[in-house]
Design a protein around this ligand. Structure first.
Ligand code: ACM
Length: 751
C-alpha cells in the first residue's frame, strides 16, 4: 500500500516537474524560435559575469561585448577561464558543415557557453541569450541547451526612402532592432519618383534638385504637380545620403552582420532623374516620362556611372536594379527605341526592357556583382544569372526557380508592410490592404508545388516597406513592428517548430520590450476580429472572435448595450439564425482595453440565391464567383480577403429568390479606399420583378461621399422601407469610368 502511495506521489511529482519545466519553457519569449531547445535542471545566476573568448578576433569580441552589455549591468572581459560566473564564446572550425549563422547555446549552473563556426553564429547566440535574460527579468536563467540554425540564408527588410526620407541615424537604429531578430539583409530602396537619395558627384542635379520637393508629404506632392525644387528653396522637403553617411551605415550594418543591398530603379520609377536630366527620356522634356529611353546610349552611360558609384560603396554581391512597373508606351513611339529594337532584333517592348536588364547584368557581372530585380525582369526573357524578387504574388519566384534561378519571396499578400495591420477604422491612413501579424506568421515561402531541388533556389523572404503613407520614422516603426517579428520567424524557424499561440504570447512581450528600446511598435490588435462561418445546412451563421493581444478577455452583449466587466465572456462561437447585433470589447487587468465594436450579423433571405451577372466581375477579385454576393459572408478589412468581389466597371446582376418573398431591406456594402483607387459607386439602383421579365425601379441612391475623403470607408447602398413582394431583384451600381479604378461589394443582404 505504502509503495503504491509512493508510486502515486512519484508519478504526480514527475508530472508536476514536467509541467513546471513546460511553464518555464513557455516563459522564455524567444523570437525567432530556435530549432531545438532542451531544458535541463538548475539555473545560472550572475550579476556581473566574466566573458572569455576563444578563436574570436578582437574586433568581433568588441562587437559581442557591446551586444552583451544590453543585458548585464557589468560585464568584463577575461583572458583566462574562471571557474564560475562565466560566459564562454567559442568559435570553432566548421566540422559539421553547419550553415552560416548556426550556433549552440548551453546554460549550465556555473557557466554559459555559446559555440559557433562563424562570427555571425556567435552574434545570434548572443541575441538569443539576451532574449533569455529579458524573459527571466535578468534573474536566474534556466539551464538549457539550444541548437539553432536559420531556415533561409536571406532574411530581409526593405525600406523605401524615396517617398519619405529617413536619415542615416534612423537606418542604423533599425539595423540594431532587426539584427536582434536575426534578420541579415537590408534592402535600401534609394531611388524612385518621389526623390533621389544617394550622392553621385558626377550628376549633381540628382541631389541638388531631384532629392527635394516643395511639399513634405508624398500624398500632397502626388496629388499636386509632382515637381521638384532646388535644395535651398525655403521649406524644401527631402534629403540624400552622402558617401560618408552611407559608409557609416555600412560599417554599422557590418557590425550587426547585415548585408545592405542598394536599389537603383530602372527603367521605370525614374521621374526624378528624368526631370533633371530629360535628355535621357524618350520625350527629351522634363516632367513627361518616368522611364529611361533605352534607345539612347547615354542612358547606359548614366546608369553605368551610377552603378560604378554604388559598387565603389556597397560590398553587397547583389545590386538591385528595380525593373518593376515600367510604362512601356513611350518606347513604342520613340525613334531611338524603335531603332534599338530593329538593331537588336527585339520583337516587342518587353524584349526592349529585357535588353536593358541583360546589358546591365553583363555590366554588373563584369564588376563581380550579381543582378537582383523585381519579378518584371522575367518579362521578355530573364537574363542569365539574375535573381528574382517575387512581389506580384509567388508566381514570378516559382517561375524563376523552375528555370534554375534563385528567388526571394516578397509576395504582397504576406510581405507588404504598407498595408493596415489592424482594423483600418482605428488606424492612421495606409495605402490600403490588410495584413495582420497572424497572416504574416502563416506564410511559408516554399510553395508546396516546388520540388526539393527547386525549393533550394528559394533563398528566403523579405518584408517590403513602401513609405508613401509613412511621413516619419516613428510611423515606419509603427508599420514594421511587430509584423517583422512574425516575418523573422518565417525566415528563421522551420515550419515544424512554429506555433502561433506560442509566438503570439512572445510577441506581446516583445512589443513592450521594443517600447523600452524606444521603438514605436504597434500595440498589437487594438480591437477584436470577427470570423464568420455560414452554415447553409442548419441555416445559421456561427460567429467567433479573436484577438492577438494576450492575455485578454473578449466580452460581449446582444442587446446593443456597451459591454462591461460583467458582460458575457466570449468562449465558443455564437450561433445566429436570423439576425443579431453583437457588441464586443477587449478587457484585461479588470479594465476595458479597447473601444467596443458593433457587428450586425444576418442569416438573410437571399443566402444561397442564384445570381446572374449582366456585367462581369473582375478576374482579379472573384471572391466566391457566382456565389459571392449571396453566400452570407460580409467582407472584412481587406478587399483581398476573398469575401469582397471587385468590379473594374459597372455592376449589374439579378438575384432569383426562387419564389415570391416578403422583403423590406435590400442592401449592399461598398468599400472606398483612395490609395488603391477603390471608390464608392456614383449611384446604385434596385429593380424588382415577379416574373424576371418586367421590372420596376424600387429606388436609386446617389453617392454623397467625396473621393477626397481620407482612409478606408464602408457604406451601405440599398433599400430599406415598406414591405414589398418580389422574386427577382436587379442590383445595378455605376462607377465613373477610369482605368485602374475598382468598386468592391461583399454581399447583397435581403431581409
Ligand atoms: C513593387 O511593389 N512595385 C515592387
Amino acid at each position: 500500500m505504502i509503495r503504491k502511495i509512493a508510486l502515486f506521489f512519484g508519478v504526480v511529482f514527475f508530472f508536476m516537474f514536467l509541467s513546471l519545466r513546460g511553464q518555464q519553457h513557455a516563459t522564455l519569449q524567444l523570437i525567432p524560435y530556435p530549432q531545438k531547445l532542451t531544458l535541463g535542471e538548475g539555473s545560472f545566476f550572475s550579476e556581473s559575469p566574466e566573458v572569455v573568448f576563444s578563436g574570436v578576433s578582437s574586433e568581433e569580441a568588441g562587437i559581442l561585448m557591446n551586444e552583451l552589455h544590453s543585458s548585464w549591468q557589468t560585464i568584463s572581459r577575461k583572458k583566462k577561464l574562471p571557474e564560475r560566473d562565466v560566459i564562454v564564446l567559442r568559435k570553432i572550425r566548421d566540422e559539421k558543415g553547419a550553415v552560416s549563422g548556426s550556433y549552440e547555446l548551453e546554460i549550465r549552473p556555473e557557466k554559459i557557453i555559446i559555440t559557433a563556426n562563424s562570427d555571425e553564429g556567435l552574434f545570434y547566440g548572443v541575441q538569443t541569450l539576451n532574449q533569455i535574460m529579458a524573459s527571466c527579468k535578468r534573474k536566474a536563467l534556466p539551464c538549457l541547451k539550444i541548437e539553432d540554425s536559420p531556415r533561409f540564408p536571406y532574411r530581409g527588410l526593405h525600406l523605401d526612402v524615396s517617398r519619405h526620407f529617413f536619415d542615416a541615424g534612423f537606418i542604423k537604429k533599425q539595423m540594431d532592432v532587426i539584427a536582434s531578430y536575426k534578420l541579415n539583409r537590408f534592402h535600401w530602396h534609394l531611388t524612385d519618383g518621389a526623390g533621389w537619395r544617394i550622392e553621385v558627384k558626377k550628376y549633381p542635379l540628382l541631389t541638388e534638385v531631384a532629392a527635394w520637393r516643395p511639399v513634405p508629404t508624398w500624398k500632397e506632392w502626388w496629388q499636386g504637380d509632382r515637381h521638384y525644387c532646388q535644395k535651398d528653396t525655403p521649406g524644401a522637403y527631402g534629403g540624400f545620403y552622402t558617401r560618408k553617411d552611407i559608409k557609416d551605415v555600412l560599417e554599422y550594418a557590418r557590425s550587426k552582420h547585415i548585408t545592405v543591398i542598394p536599389e537603383i530603379e530602372m527603367p521605370g520609377h525614374s521621374e526624378e532623374v528624368l526631370a533633371v536630366y530629360p535628355e535621357l527620356s524618350c520625350s527629351g522634356e522634363p516632367y513627361k516620362n518616368a522611364e529611361f529611353c533605352i534607345g539612347n546610349d547615354n542612358t547606359f552611360k548614366f546608369l553605368e556611372t551610377i552603378l560604378d558609384e554604388v559598387i565603389s560603396l556597397f560590398p553587397s554581391k547583389y545590386i538591385h536594379i528595380g525593373g518593376d512597373e515600367a510604362n512601356k508606351e513611350a518606347w513604342k513611339k520613340c525613334p531611338k527605341c524603335q531603332q534599338r529594337m530593329r538593331d537588336e532584333g527585339l520583337k516587342n517592348v518587353d524584349e526592349l526592357q529585357s535588353y536593358l536588364v541583360h546589358r546591365i547584368e553583363k555590366y554588373l557581372n563584369s564588376k563581380g556583382r550579381e543582378l537582383l530585380g523585381w519579378d518584371e525582369i522575367l518579362d521578355g526573357g530573364l537574363s542569365p544569372n539574375a535573381t528574382v524578387m517575387s512581389w506580384r504574388g509567388e508566381k514570378g519566384g516559382i517561375q524563376a526557380v523552375r528555370m534554375g534561378h534563385d528567388a526571394i519571396m516578397t509576395p504582397g499578400e504576406y510581405c507588404y508592410f504598407d498595408t493596415y495591420q489592424d482594423n483600418p477604422f482605428g488606424e492612421p491612413e495606409a495605402i490600403g490592404g490588410y495584413l495582420p501579424m497572424k497572416k504574416v506568421y502563416s506564410y511559408n515561402p516554399v510553395s508546396d508545388s516546388l520540388t526539393v531541388e527547386e525549393s533550394k533556389h528559394i533563398l528566403g523572404v523579405q518584408a517590403n516597406t513602401w513609405a508613401e503613407y509613412m511621413p516619419s520614422g516613428k510611423h515606419v516603426e509603427y508599420m514594421i513592428y511587430p509584423r517583422l517579428l512574425a516575418l523573422s520567424e518565417v525566415a528563421w524557424t522551420d515550419p515544424d517548430n512554429k506555433s502561433w499561440d506560442r509566438f503570439r504570447l512572445a510577441a506581446n512581450k516583445h512589443v513592450a520590450w521594443l517600447w523600452k528600446r524606444g521603438v514605436n511598435a504597434h500595440p498589437i490588435a487594438k480591437g477584436v476580429n470577427m470570423l464568420q462561418f455560414v452554415d447553409t445546412l442548419n441555416r445559421e451563421v456561427r460567429v467567433s472572435f479573436e484577438c492577438d493581444r494576450v492575455p485578454t478577455e473578449i466580452r460581449y452583449t446582444l442587446d446593443g448595450s456597451e459591454p462591461g466587466l460583467q458582460s458575457a465572456l466570449y468562449a465558443t462561437p455564437l450561433s445566429v439564425k436570423d439576425s443579431a447585433v453583437i457588441t464586443v470589447a477587449l478587457f484585461g487587468d479588470r479594465k476595458q482595453l479597447t473601444r467596443s465594436q458593433k457587428y450586425k450579423v444576418y442569416y438573410h433571405k437571399g443566402v444561397g440565391a442564384k445570381v446572374t451577372y449582366n456585367l462581369p466581375y473582375s478576374d482579379h477579385y472573384i471572391a466566391a464567383r457566382e456565389k459571392a454576393l449571396t453566400d452570407g459572408y460580409t467582407g472584412g478589412n481587406s478587399y483581398g480577403d476573398g469575401k469582397w468581389q471587385g468590379f473594374s466597371g459597372d455592376m449589374d446582376c439579378i438575384i432569383d429568390l426562387g419564389k415570391i418573398t416578403d422583403v423590406h431591406t435590400i442592401e449592399a456594402n461598398f468599400m472606398q479606399q483612395p490609395g488603391p483607387w477603390i471608390w464608392f459607386p456614383e449611384w446604385t439602383e434596385i429593380w424588382v420583378s415577379d416574373d424576371g421579365k418586367e421590372y420596376i425601379r424600387l429606388n436609386r441612391i446617389d453617392n454623397t461621399v467625396s473621393r477626397d475623403t481620407e482612409g478606408m470607408m464602408i457604406r451601405n447602398f440599398g433599400y430599406n422601407g415598406d414591405d414589398i413582394k418580389t422574386r427577382y431583384i436587379r442590383y445595378k451600381a455605376h462607377q465613373i469610368p477610369k482605368d485602374g479604378a475598382y468598386m468592391f461589394i461583399d454581399e447583397i443582404n435581403i431581409r
